[in-house]
Design a binder for this molecule. Structure first.
Ligand SMILES: *Cc1c(COP(=O)(O)O)cnc(C)c1O
Length: 379
């Protein structure tokens, strides 16, 4: 059996090696390392894939979120509603820009921010909402956009974990996540569903004026070379990464299908088991399983399973062991003691199992058998 990994980017690469190697060599030969044709092609292809008007490639997903927030022209102290139960990048950039992250609860089944929690957190200072499509599951965007419209707020989707996810609105319209909010951000970190061979990210919008502003901010605030209209930053996607991503984009749907097949295998193996709760698929979207995250009875069981699996050569991860509102970096916000029952409950129970595009049945049966053996042992 091949060694089991949380993600296996090497095996995935070997399947497209010829194409990828040729594309990389071509960039080296052209030496158009910055903003070459591959970057422009990739932006166009990605726009087409998502059905979005503008794609602005940038250096990583964290920058994408930061640039998106910078484009809104907010003032220090303005409030941005976001889940506590997410990767730190989502909330960190809010604080970095001297805006105030307002942490709200997620749903215990979908792991995503809830419309009820958002409504409760709105104050006259609220300017934006940053929902996260966590683990590849879409946040309830239809309700979120309705709240945003009612209260005149911006919505920035954190789509770093859900690229390729289809969202169905109540009138039957289907859109990709990342094409629903006013702006959205994604990451091409190697382990993401669409992963580069290094860092990368992109920002999306259907708004022409915002697109111009996002482009300008990502490029030192300049609209014309050496004329800098506003304070921006330097955030670019390398041509080599774009060339690789152009190839991988053609496989994205197939990659997400492979992830869903792994999830279906796990779902079937653990179906109705009283000691493990498998991920719930929201009715409105097609999960793309960036992670396959289950819930266990408590943190002790989780620790024991994590150790037991490691002894069998099976990795497992806790995403994320500390929620945003308890991170030391936010001490000055005084939110450590904020009541976040669901978030705290989930934080103690979640564990993510290996899931990627290259898993085979032998590995899956090995993993599920060991987990069932662990769960079924008499205490
Ligand atoms: C990966 C990730 C990011 C940040 O992306 P980087 O490319 O690592 O900067 C932001 N938000 C979420 C939810 C992520 O998973």
């Amino acid at each position: 059996m091949r060694a089991i990994q949380m993600v296996d980017t090497k095996t995935q690469y070997l399947k497209i090696k010829n194409e990828v190697d040729a594309a990389v060599l071509k960039v080296m030969d052209s030496s158009a390392f910055i903003n070459g044709k591959d970057v422009q092609d990739f932006a166009l292809n990605l726009s087409q894939y998502l059905g979005v008007k503008h794609t602005i490639p940038c250096a990583n997903g964290t920058d994408a979120l930061q640039i998106a927030l910078m484009a809104l022209g907010l003032k220090p102290g303005d409030e941005v509603i976001t889940p506590s139960f997410t990767f730190i990048a989502t909330t960190e950039v809010i604080a970095l820009l001297q805006l105030t992250p307002v942490f709200v609860e997620v749903d215990k089944d979908t792991f995503c921010i809830t419309p009820e929690a958002i409504e409760k957190a709105i104050t006259p200072k609220t300017k934006a909402i940053v929902p996260v499509h966590l683990y590849g599951q879409a946040a309830p965007m239809e309700a979120i956009m309705a709240i945003a419209q009612k209260h005149n707020l911006y919505v920035i989707e954190d789509n770093a974990q859900a690229i390729g996810c289809d969202y169905t609105f109540s009138d039957g319209t289907v859109k990709k996540t990342g094409n629903i909010g006013h702006i959205s951000a994604t990451s091409f970190y190697p382990s993401k569903n669409l992963g580069a061979f290094g860092d990368g990210g992109a920002i999306f919008t259907n708004d022409d004026a915002l697109a111009e502003k996002l482009k300008r901010i990502a490029n030192h605030g300049q609209s014309k070379r050496y004329y800098h209209d506003e304070v921006g930053c330097n955030s670019r996607l390398d041509s080599i990464q774009a060339a690789i991503l152009n190839i991988k984009l053609q496989h994205l749907d197939e990659y997400n299908t492979a992830r869903r097949a792994v999830a279906a295998y796990y779902d079937a193996a653990f179906a109705n088991h009283p000691k493990i709760k498998t991920p719930v698929q929201a009715s409105y979207a097609k999960h793309v399983y960036h992670q396959y995250t289950v819930l266990l009875e408590n943190s002790t069981v989780r620790e024991n399973l994590n150790k037991y699996l490691a002894e069998q050569g099976i990795p497992s991860m806790i995403y994320y062991p500390v929620p945003g509102h308890k991170q030391k970096m936010f001490d000055q916000l005084g939110v450590t003691n904020q009541e976040m029952e669901v978030t705290d409950w989930l934080t103690e129970r979640v564990i993510s199992l290996p899931i990627h595009t290259e898993m085979d049945e032998e590995q899956l049966s090995f993993i599920t058998n060991h987990i069932l053996t662990f769960l079924n042992q008499p205490i």
